[in-house]
Design a protein around this ligand. Structure first.
Ligand SMILES: [Cu+2]
Length: 332
């Protein structure tokens, strides 16, 4: 039999890739994008490495206690060893960890600046409304949290129905969103990137499909995006888009959705003024393009059964579905 050269190296490589793979990515606390998340990541590693070291030590002592020569084993039975290893060591270690972790808990809620950008996030079954209340008329979007790199943001977290919880692991820890109160969370992204966030408090049947994207952008890019969100929509550019806009009105979509610059101003569903530019649809359930837009409108109850948008697959003919999808795709 010939030895396959490098087989062990391949295995070791795969193992290493697996371990390192967990340390970078769009939804992991081990790849911090900002200061708060970095402190939480260090705490994680201290607990993990410290816990592993103590576990290995205790298991080693256990092996000694069973197999070592009687002379050594006797040492384990002395009062000094029991008091030292059983009471003093755990007490000192746990108190030290408590002080350290309380310090981290405090550091991650302290303000970093006097003038954070305020962003309201309102959780609903099963999507996120995102509002930028400062400056002028304010901008509104959904299922996407854009923030400027290098500037602290203060999230004002609330809920319009049941308890939800927001977690963007690359940026910060979890924070509950409770009806009737506003919880605040401050964070700062130190480099540009796209991160995934997720609802982390069971809120109903479609809780799993309640995610969102957080996008950290260079300040100039962010400002341009924000300014764009405040503008009314442009008139349809093609006959198909114009038909789509008409279908939107006839089908009653405006009873739940806002489109900036039109008569449709309801907040029961996501603001659709710039829906074509979003990274995903229906809180991360679908990628965003003309096909998925048509598919969502036709089959919203098959894609997210029990969500608050009715399906229009039976009531709208195919051409109308495609037209409304074309119009929404053009809303950028
Ligand atoms: Cu949830």
């Amino acid at each position: 039999m010939t030895e396959t050269p490098g087989r062990h190296r391949v295995l070791a490589g795969l193992l290493l890739a697996g371990v390192l793979g967990a340390c970078s990515g769009v939804q992991t606390p081990l790849d911090p994008m900002g200061d708060h998340a970095a402190r939480i990541a260090v705490l994680t590693w201290v607990l993990f490495i410290g816990g592993t070291a103590i576990f290995v030590l205790v298991m080693g002592l256990l092996v000694f206690a069973v197999f070592a020569p009687a002379r050594i084993r006797q040492a384990f039975g002395t009062r000094g060893f029991v008091v030292g290893g059983g009471i003093i060591f755990p007490t000192v270690t746990l108190i030290a960890l408590l002080i350290y972790s309380l310090g981290v808990s405090r550091a991650v809620v302290l303000p970093m600046s006097d003038n954070p950008l305020r962003i309201e996030v309102i959780a609903r079954q099963y999507w996120w409304e995102v509002r930028y209340p400062d400056e002028g008329e304010g901008a509104v979007t959904a299922n996407e949290l854009r923030l400027p790199v290098g500037r602290e943001v203060e999230l004002l977290l609330s809920s319009a129905d049941v308890i939800h919880s927001l977690w963007i692991p690359n940026l910060h820890g979890k924070m509950d969103m409770i009806p009737g109160r506003v919880n605040r969370q401050r964070m700062r992204a130190d480099r540009p990137g796209v991160m995934r966030g997720q609802c982390t408090e069971f809120c109903g049947v479609q809780h799993t499909l309640m995610a969102f994207w957080a996008v950290a952008q260079e300040p100039a890019e962010f400002d341009a995006w924000l300014a764009r969100q405040r503008e009314p929509i442009a008139p349809p550019a093609t006959p198909e888009q114009a038909r789509g806009m008409q279908v939107f009105g006839e089908a009653g979509c405006g009873a739940c959705h806002t489109v900036r610059g039109t008569e449709w101003q309801s907040r029961l569903g996501p603001d659709l003024s710039r829906v074509g530019s979003r990274l995903s649809l229906a809180a991360g359930a679908l990628d965003n393009h003309r096909g998925t837009l048509a598919g969502w409108v036709a089959g919203a109850q098959d894609i997210k059964p029990g969500n608050n948008m009715p399906a229009f697959g039976r009531s709208l003919p195919g051409d109308d579905l495609l037209a409304v999808a074309a119009w929404m795709e053009s809303l950028r």
